[in-house]
Design a protein around this ligand. Sequence first.
Ligand SMILES: Cc1cc2nc3c(=O)[nH]c(=O)nc-3n(C[C@H](O)[C@H](O)[C@H](O)COP(=O)(O)OP(=O)(O)OC[C@H]3O[C@@H](n4cnc5c(N)ncnc54)[C@H](O)[C@@H]3O)c2cc1C
Length: 491
Amino acid sequence: MKKAVVIGSGFAGIAAASVLAKQGVSVTVLEKNDSLGGRARQYSADGFVFDMGPSWYWMPEVFESYFRLFGRNVADFYDLRELDPSYQIYFGKDDLLQIPAQPEALDAVFEKIEPGSSAKLRQFLDEAAFKYNVGMERLVYNPGQSLTEFLDRDFLKGVLKLHVFQSLHAYVRKYFRDPRLIRLMEFPVLFLGGMPKNTPALYSLMNYAALSLGTWYPMGGMYKIIEGMVSLAESLGVKFVPGAEVSEIEVRNSQAVGVRAADTRYPADCVIAGADYHHVEQKLLRPEHRMYSENYWQKRVLAPSSLIFYLGIDKKLDHLQHHNLFFDEDLDAHAQEIYETKRWPEKPLFYVCAPSKTDDSVAPQGCENLFVLIPLAPDLKDTDVLRQRYFDIVMSRLEKLTGQAVRNHIVYQRSYCVQDFKNDYHAFKGNAYGLANTLRQTANLKPSLVSKKVHNLYFAGQLTVPGPGVPPSLISGQVAANEALKRLNQI
Ligand SMILES: Cc1cc2nc3c(=O)[nH]c(=O)nc-3n(C[C@H](O)[C@H](O)[C@H](O)COP(=O)(O)OP(=O)(O)OC[C@H]3O[C@@H](n4cnc5c(N)ncnc54)[C@H](O)[C@@H]3O)c2cc1C
């Protein structure tokens, strides 16, 4: 029986492990932390249950396809509910936009803000649907090793409609004039990885995901996905070892022969690294086995880091939905502070998730569970004083915009920022979401999923193809495992 070691138990690592195990490979997943799930871990405190990272469940088909690979369904593992409204955006006091799940209701919202815009929305979403479908069918499940992967006739016929060489910033403005609609269309790329003006309009596919495919929630929290994936993996024979930090990938004659974690050596016929790419290359491999220099990494454009507050509130809050975006300040100015000037934002935009609006199990009765996130430039100086300053800023704005006292009702509080991402995940520069989706960091131009220096070493996760976010990481693990299987002669 062939042996594989997977480094890291995030979505990418667990997916890779399961795909390998299904083909009869004996797989061990080594995870540095004591709990599984990587950036999607969960913890409980004082009766509150907090998802530590992802909270938006988009692209439900990606999860469904994943479980179907193993003859199972999402419903076998968790109870998925569609949110309606999908989310809401505060543009100011008494200036609130709710995004309905149903298309007719969404059209009416657009029409009310900008007469004539509902027809434009339909055209915009048709084009976005085309990109999404091409992306799913032709791009994201490719290993990104050669341009020939994309060069078939059907793909080339449609390539102009993908708007790869146009910025999302310019593209959105061709359709909409109202600044609120523009912000609505630009936020998904800003939060997940780039400035709209540097992001190809290809990524309007995210708008299709956000506005047409629904916003979903697994009851019990996003961690239910991890629990489901782990139980499926274990049923296939995958062994998980938490608290096992890999310190070295052993290479002989350009082949990975095993890894070391503490005092234990794990022999392997192949290694899949689901931990942060930079850490694996720079810390776990000798210089001659690395594909990229430190200089290369310094030149990458990273997606944001974040300052997060996990809060327990001793009452129910008004005027909040499950997902709430606070865009009462200038989005472009904050984006510049993340991607260009790289400093703490003057007037931050922020996001509040209140899963207890949907799910009683994540907070004690009559209480609210809040997750507050400010996207930040990676590698910023991170001190208690700065965290407190931004806590005060967001609390004042939250109280003012929703018209209620919040601060005096906090019964549990924890913050999480750049330094925690570095300590907990070996995150390069403390990134939260991996690499930005710029044109020069798309498909073949991302760090390679297959090592060109070590023949049986593969990389998976949000710093390689297809990119940042839960669905891409899940896909990345599958693609890396399939590449490994080809070389292990298992398929
Ligand atoms: C705050 C936050 C909010 C987010 N919100 C969303 C959202 O709403 N929707 C969405 O789709 N995406 C969201 N994302 C992005 C999404 O969570 C990530 O893209 C995804 O979880 C990354 O999975 P991964 O498997 O690539 O990496 P990770 O989850 O980081 O897994 C890598 C694992 O490797 C481990 N590791 C590192 N070094 C070693 C070592 N030496 N030895 C052993 N193990 C090691 C780490 O501990 C970690 O567990 C969010 C991310 C964050 C941080």
